[in-house]
Design a protein around this ligand. Structure first.
Ligand code: OOG
Ligand code: MG
Length: 259
């Protein structure tokens, strides 16, 4: 049976716009597959672009053991970043616009060149990268109790909501990204820590998987895009008033306040 992907795209758009959680699609539809889920994701993106937003980049989710174990989903997933969702370090983010936000640290790649190919490697990614910086992602699953399966979270654009990107960072080969450590703090208390090797051994390898995915869809990673390799640690609930800080061994610290 064919899935009415347009209907499920509208379902998720309404959940975001009305700031409410909805039942997981797989609890309502039989046979909802990975292809259907990426089609829903594509239709949600198209609707946002038609309404005037722009693509700022792309992201991976569920690329670390910590995240996979926390969410019970053991495969990476790919999603889009909208220009309206990207903020600079030191910003204030309005959490009243969100359903049940969580925060997690990120390794952020800023692309210097377009990149496509079914066999792209981590080395190719480093060649095409302008800089790598620290970041913090605010994820906000549209699903009840923040619970989902792989296909649900794909349809929901991998829970993408906001991202805070640090300035500067490093040239892609200035340091082995696998060895960059991150300490994640909420209100001055460390809640998690990890290093870049938590991301499938090497954050650039995660980005290579994203490039292969985009290539299979007939697309590419584009120069100027911001790319999230995924959180190396688990995610933590975000409450109004909190200050969230990610401290890295080789990137400037990134912080924001939830208001
Ligand atoms: C899915 C998004 C995961 C990451 O970095 O692993 C993600 C979720 O956990 O809600 O962005
Ligand atoms: Mg993330």
């Amino acid at each position: 049976m064919t899935v009415d992907t347009e209907r499920w795209a509208r379902y998720l758009i309404d959940a975001v716009d009305q700031r409410r959680e909805v039942a997981a699609i797989t609890s309502l539809v039989n046979g909802f597959g990975v292809r259907d889920a990426y089609e829903v994701q594509r239709e949600v993106l198209a609707a946002r672009l038609a309404a005037g937003d722009r693509v700022a980049g792309a992201k991976l989710g569920l690329t670390s053991k910590a995240k996979q174990e926390q969410m019970g989903v053991v495969e990476p997933a790919y999603g889009w970043l909208l220009a309206s969702s990207v903020h600079g370090a030191g910003s204030e983010l309005d959490v009243a616009e969100l359903v049940h936000p969580r925060v997690e640290p990120e390794f952020v790649f800023v692309m210097g060149e377009d990149l496509a190919g079914e066999d792209v490697t981590a080395d190719d990614v480093l060649d095409a990268t302008e800089r790598v910086a620290g970041g913090i992602e605010v994820i906000d699953s549209r699903y009840e109790r923040f619970k989902f399966s792989l296909v649900d979270v794909i349809a929901d654009n991998t829970s993408a909501a906001r991202v805070v990107v640090g300035a500067d960072g490093v040239a892609p080969r200035e340091v082995d990204l696998a060895t960059v450590t991150c300490s994640f703090e909420i209100d001055g208390v460390e809640v998690a820590s990890a290093d870049g090797s938590a991301l499938l051994g090497q954050p650039a390898h995660c980005v290579a998987l994203l490039v292969r995915h985009l290539t299979r869809l007939g697309g590419k990673l584009e120069a100027g895009w911001t790319v999230l390799a995924g959180a190396p640690t688990d995610a933590h609930a975000l409450h109004p008033g909190s200050v969230v800080t990610a401290r890295y061994s080789h990137f400037p610290a990134v912080a924001f306040r939830a208001v």
